[in-house]
Design a protein around this ligand. Structure first.
Ligand code: PNS
Length: 169
């Protein structure tokens, strides 16, 4: 049984993440999404909220059989504890590469038996990021193209916004 771990902040999960997740699911026997609890990084949603939003998005997208966990500390230790042989990371554009290269090689130094597997997102999501989605949500813009409905709802609740009609004020 070959298990892969798909880690990230997922603050919040987007269709770009879900695209990578579905591609990874086809390659491994078991896929586990791991949501980081990082006290040093400020996130909009708590780790538990992010975990719940990933789980709700999977239901909304009809994706079955994917576990969602939270972790703190080193990713590679979480991967080892869960018996993963690979860590999956999505690549959008060359701008992601430098960080991912450093991350993968450091993780390989920490655990040479766990491979990092990079998967390219669909072209339509190559510009998409959680940060952009939060910014659009903050100003009451329409995020429906970028995130599942459950996430759009959670963003609106977090920012106390309803969609604003077009026009200057
Ligand atoms: O979605 P992100 O923010 O790009 O994900 C980055 C993440 C959370 C996967 C990464 O920062 C992480 O796992 N951090 C936990 C600590 C760790 O293992 N650091 C790597 C040492 S090389």
């Amino acid at each position: 049984m070959r298990t892969a771990l798909y880690p990230g902040s997922f603050d919040p999960i987007t269709y770009g993440h879900l695209d990578v997740l579905k591609r990874a699911k086809r390659l491994f026997d078991e896929l586990i999404v791991a949501v980081v609890e990082n006290p040093r990084k400020t996130s909009l949603f708590t780790a538990e909220e992010r975990r719940e939003l990933v789980a709700a998005s999977l239901v909304e997208e009809g994706v079955c059989g994917v576990r969602v966990v939270t972790y703190s500390g080193l990713l590679i230790e979480c991967a080892r504890e869960l018996g993963a042989v690979a860590v999956v990371r999505g690549l959008r554009a060359t701008s992601d590469f430098d960080y991912e290269f450093q991350f993968a090689l450091t993780n390989r130094d920490l655990a040479s038996d766990i491979e990092t597997v990079f998967l390219m997102t669909a072209g339509q999501y190559s510009f998409l990021s959680s940060s952009l989605v939060k910014e659009i949500g903050q100003y009451g813009g329409d995020v429906a193209k970028f995130v599942p409905a459950c996430v759009a709802k959670a963003l609106a609740a977090k920012f106390g916004t309803k969609r604003r009609s077009k026009g200057a004020r």
